[in-house]
Design a protein around this ligand. Structure first.
Ligand SMILES: [Zn+2]
Length: 391
């Protein structure tokens, strides 16, 4: 095929992917809205939509199957498009610390199956065994699954589909994930870092939908982060994800046991560190969720305000490089009282270098329950939106 032929084919798939994305994420409901959003003619959009209707990927809402022109003339709303019941399905798996979860979804994230196992993994073999057993259940009796998305604690070699050497991960490292799964199931498999997957979920379906530049922070014992820049996931050639937890906030500070740097953020604000600090002042152990509900206790309040000051210091440093429009807090951050978000947002906006007229927002992630596994499945769904998995 000639070069222009290849480009044309790519463009066609990319446009089909975009139409599916706009409908699946409810950004657009009709052909008119699609034409406006994508800057294409109504004829162009109709050709794409008709193809997708033919394949069963899209369906027209039952009510009124009339042409948009007639609808317009008669002052009625245009025909509403929806993702069809015969559209492709996707499996997602999270390989977690002490657990694994799997889901079967369509392009709108409607869940058809879900399963979770909890285990203190003895090693990579046991974890991969659990992943395969979960995927067997998800794919059982299905002919319509076209891709598998996987997420795991970073660092991850996204291109080779391998786990590198995550911290606190049962000693599991250097594990090839996508290749054995692809061979077993004959489906394309996409692996990414867990918080980066969470960022993708929020960008496609959640609080990040209207933004191109976004930082997602996973508040946990280690502070992971995910970055979307210029509307695309940030990716380094090394496969290492962005690690806000290892941004130094004090070069005379704590020596980090994970990386050896001095003053790493997570050695001050990690959830376990906070739980220890609270135990020291209260004389009894409280978990992070309980601590977040104790904002009226002055001792706890002082610890959490110090945590916010430490965190804002790292965020401002990153903000000055990346100029995020929005910062989302996930995992333990979803338990924070709203007051913490206000403090963080005010501090970031007072101290950031650039564009002070445009406020950088600090919010919680939209997805709470099952967010990690939905993030994992997005690694495959997004390939359809990018036009890659479409025939
Ligand atoms: Zn470190």
């Amino acid at each position: 095929m000639s070069r222009s032929g290849v480009n044309k084919d790519y463009l066609k798939k990319r446009n089909r992917g975009l139409v599916l994305q706009h409908i699946a994420t409810e950004r657009c409901m009709s052909r008119v809205e699609l034409a406006r959003e994508m800057g294409l003619t109504k004829t162009g959009i109709s050709a794409i939509v008709n193809k997708l209707l033919e394949k069963g990927y899209l369906t027209e809402a039952e009510k009124e199957k009339e042409t948009e022109e007639t609808a317009k003339e008669q002052g009625r709303s245009p025909v509403k498009l929806e993702i069809g019941p015969d559209s492709p399905k996707y499996a997602g798996v999270v390989m977690g610390r002490g657990y694994a979860e799997a889901v079967l979804c369509d392009l709108t994230l409607k869940m058809y199956k879900y399963e979770r196992v909890e285990r203190d993994w003895s090693g990579a073999e046991e974890l991969m065994g659990a992943v395969i057993s979960l995927l067997d259940h998800m794919l059982e009796g299905r002919e319509d699954v076209i891709g598998i998305g996987v997420s795991t604690p970073g660092p991850v070699d996204v291109k080779k589909g391998k786990i590198i050497n995550p911290g606190y991960f049962h000693g599991i490292k250097n594990v090839s994930v996508t290749e054995p799964l692809r061979k077993k199931y004959g489906l394309p498999v996409f692996l990414d870092h867990d918080v980066q997957s969470l960022a993708l979920l929020e960008q496609l379906y959640g609080s990040g939908r209207d933004y191109q530049d976004m930082l997602v922070i996973g508040v946990d014992e280690g502070f992971g982060s995910g970055i979307i820049t210029g509307g695309r996931r940030f990716e380094s050639n090394s496969g290492y994800p962005p690690e806000i937890g290892h941004v130094s906030i004090d070069h005379h500070g704590n020596k980090c046991s994970m990386c050896g740097n001095l003053g790493c953020l997570e050695t001050y604000v990690g959830t376990e560190v906070i739980e220890k600090k609270v135990e020291e002042v209260l004389g009894k152990k409280k978990d992070y969720q309980a601590i977040c509900r104790m904002d009226d206790n002055p001792k706890v309040r002082a610890i959490m305000e110090e945590m916010l000051a430490d965190l804002s210091s790292a965020i401002v440093s990153l903000e000055n490089i990346m100029n995020f429009e929005i910062i989302l807090l996930g995992l333990g951050g979803v338990y924070w009282p709203e007051r913490y978000l206000t403090i963080l947002e005010n501090t970031v906006n007072e101290r950031k270098f650039s564009n002070r007229k445009t406020r950088t927002l600090v919010r919680k992630v939209s997805f709470l329950e099952k967010a990690m596994v939905l993030g994992a499945v997005c690694n495959a769904i997004n390939k359809t939106f990018e036009g890659e998995l479409l025939s």
